[in-house]
Design a protein around this ligand. Structure first.
Ligand code: R5P
Length: 259
C-alpha cells in the first residue's frame, strides 16, 4: 500500500523543498507486482514455449510479453495459459497459444504465488487456479515465481488458506476428511463459495476446500502425499520444490532467489 506524503502549505512547502532532498517514493503493491513481472520477462527469449501464469501479478507478465511481441522484440513465442482467464487475456492480446498435448515440454513458466517460504516452496490457488498451473509448471524447464515482498512467509500456511481442489461429489465428506487429517495443526477446512454463496467452481468444474492451519503442518512432503492419497482430492495448492527462481519486488528493490 502506498503511504501518502504529508500535506504541505505554501511557503512551508518551498522551504522544505530547498532544505531537504526528494522524499522517498513509496510504491503500491500493484507497482511492485509489475516490477517483479517485468524483471521475469527479461528471461524470455524468442522461440520459447512459455507457461503463462494466472493472477494479478502474472497478468503484468502476460501484458509485457504481448508488448514485446508487438514491437518485434520477441518472436516465435508459443504461450500455454494456466487458466481460462489467462487464456482470454492472451487471446485478446494476440499471443499465439498452444497446450501441453502439442507442447509437452515448456521452456519457461512465469507465475505469481500466494506464499513463498524460505526454501522456495509455494502456496498457490487462492485466486481459484491451481490444477492447470501445477500441470504446466511441472512440465517446465525453468519456473520463475514473481511476488511482492508481502508474499514471503516463514512457513507454508502462515498467512491464510491452503487450497485443495476436490471433486464436487460428496465434497463435505472430503472436507471433513481433510480437516481430520490435519487435526494436529488446528486445521479448519472450509468450502470456498462465490459472491452469491454458491460453491466456487474451478476451470475444471471442481470445488475448492480451503485449509486454514493454526499451527505448523510439519513435513510438507508428508502432508502433500497424505492429501493426494485421499480419494476425492484432485490436487492441492502446495507447490513443493518446483520454483527454480523467485523474483521478489520490495520497497528496497528487487531480489532474485535461485534454488
Ligand atoms: O489462484 C491463483 C494463482 O495461483 C495465483 O498465481 C496466485 O493466487 C497469486 O495471485 P496474485 O498474483 O493475484 O496474488
Amino acid at each position: 500500500m502506498a503511504i501518502p506524503c504529508p500535506p504541505f502549505i505554501g511557503s512551508e512547502k518551498l522551504a522544505m523543498e530547498a532544505a531537504a532532498p526528494s522524499p522517498p517514493v513509496f510504491l503500491t503493491q500493484d507497482e511492485l507486482k509489475k516490477i517483479a513481472a517485468y524483471k521475469a520477462v527479461e528471461f524470455v527469449q524468442s522461440g520459447m514455449v512459455l507457461g503463462l501464469g494466472t493472477g494479478s501479478t502474472a497478468k503484468h507478465a502476460v501484458d509485457r510479453i504481448a508488448e514485446l511481441l508487438r514491437h518485434g522484440k520477441l518472436t516465435n513465442i508459443v504461450g500455454i495459459p494456466t487458466s481460462k482467464k489467462t487464456h482470454q487475456q492472451a487471446v485478446s492480446l494476440g499471443i499465439p497459444l498452444s497446450d501441453l498435448d502439442s507442447h509437452p515440454v515448456v521452456d519457461l513458466a512465469i507465475d505469481g504465488a500466494d506464499e513463498v517460504d524460505p526454501d522456495l516452496n509455494l502456496v498457490k490457488g487462492r485466486g481459484g487456479s491451481l490444477l492447470r498451473e501445477k500441470m504446466i509448471e511441472s512440465a517446465t524447464k525453468k519456473f520463475i515465481v514473481i511476488v511482492d515482498e508481502t508474499k514471503l512467509v516463514s512457513r507454508v500456511g502462515a498467512t491464510g488458506a491452503m487450497p485443495v481442489e476436490v471433486v464436487p461429489f460428496c465434497w463435505k465428506f472430503t472436507q471433513d476428511r481433510l480437516q481430520g487429517m490435519f487435526g494436529y495443526a488446528g486445521c479448519a477446512a472450509k468450502l470456498r463459495r462465490d459472491a452469491g454463496g454458491e460453491p466456487f467452481v474451478t476451470d475444471n468444474k471442481n470445488y475448492i476446500v480451503d485449509l486454514f492451519f493454526e499451527k505448523d503442518i510439519g513435513d510438507l512432503k508428508v502432508a502433500s502425499d497424505a492429501i493426494l492419497r485421499l480419494a476425492g482430492v484432485v490436487e492441492h495448492g502446495m507447490f513443493l520444490d518446483m520454483a527454480t527462481t523467485v523474483i521478489v519486488a520490495g520497497e528496497l528493490g528487487v531480489t532474485i532467489k535461485n534454488k
